[in-house]
Design a protein around this ligand. Structure first.
Ligand SMILES: C[S@@+](CC[C@H](N)C(=O)[O-])C[C@H]1O[C@@H](n2cnc3c(N)ncnc32)[C@H](O)[C@@H]1O
Length: 143
């Protein structure tokens, strides 16, 4: 029941973020409250940072990394908390996406708890650099 109530609350927030009005023509005009949407996203990812074990409508953690084809060796040495809060939408290291070379500089926009940043840091090595940027303070605190 608690889970359903939580989902209902999230759905309400998402609905509020998009204020839709149906015109007489049958077309739907929608006005997006960007700040409200941003706050809803921030709250969702703060939950992924703080209680990743609770379960979400998207995959997270090590199972997600496996689904996206992350090499097991890349995860070696990454803190379990960071792995647990991984919520990526793709694998930037997969073949065909380019290779990070030692000494390169990387900016990880939407770095979350730092999963990809830490993998990238190992690839670019001590001569390279990685900067993570995220709009969710709880994610940055974990990173
Ligand atoms: C899908 S998660 C991916 C997190 C991380 N890359 C990972 O692999 O676990 C998206 C992250 O991007 C952040 N984010 C979304 N929109 C952003 C924006 N406009 N600027 C900065 N961070 C953003 C969220 O706070 C969230 O932590």
């Amino acid at each position: 029941m608690a889970t359903k109530a939580t989902k209902a609350t999230k759905a309400t927030k998402a609905t509020k973020a998009t204020k839709a009005t149906k015109a007489t023509t049958g077309r739907v005009d929608s006005t997006l409250d960007v700040e409200e949407l941003r706050q809803a996203i921030r709250e969702e990812y703060a939950t992924v940072a703080r209680t990743p074990e609770q379960g979400f409508h998207f995959h997270t953690g090590r199972p997600l990394a496996n689904l996206l084809g992350y090499d097991d060796a890349w995860l070696d040495g990454i803190p379990e908390g960071t792995v647990a809060s991984f919520a990526g939408t793709g694998n930037p290291f997969r073949p065909g996406m380019g290779v990070l070379l030692p000494g390169e500089s990387v900016v990880d926009v939407g770095c979350g708890a730092g999963f990809d940043s830490l993998i990238a840091a190992r690839m670019v090595g001590a001569e390279g650099s990685v900067v993570g940027v995220d709009m969710t303070p709880a994610m940055l605190a974990k990173a």
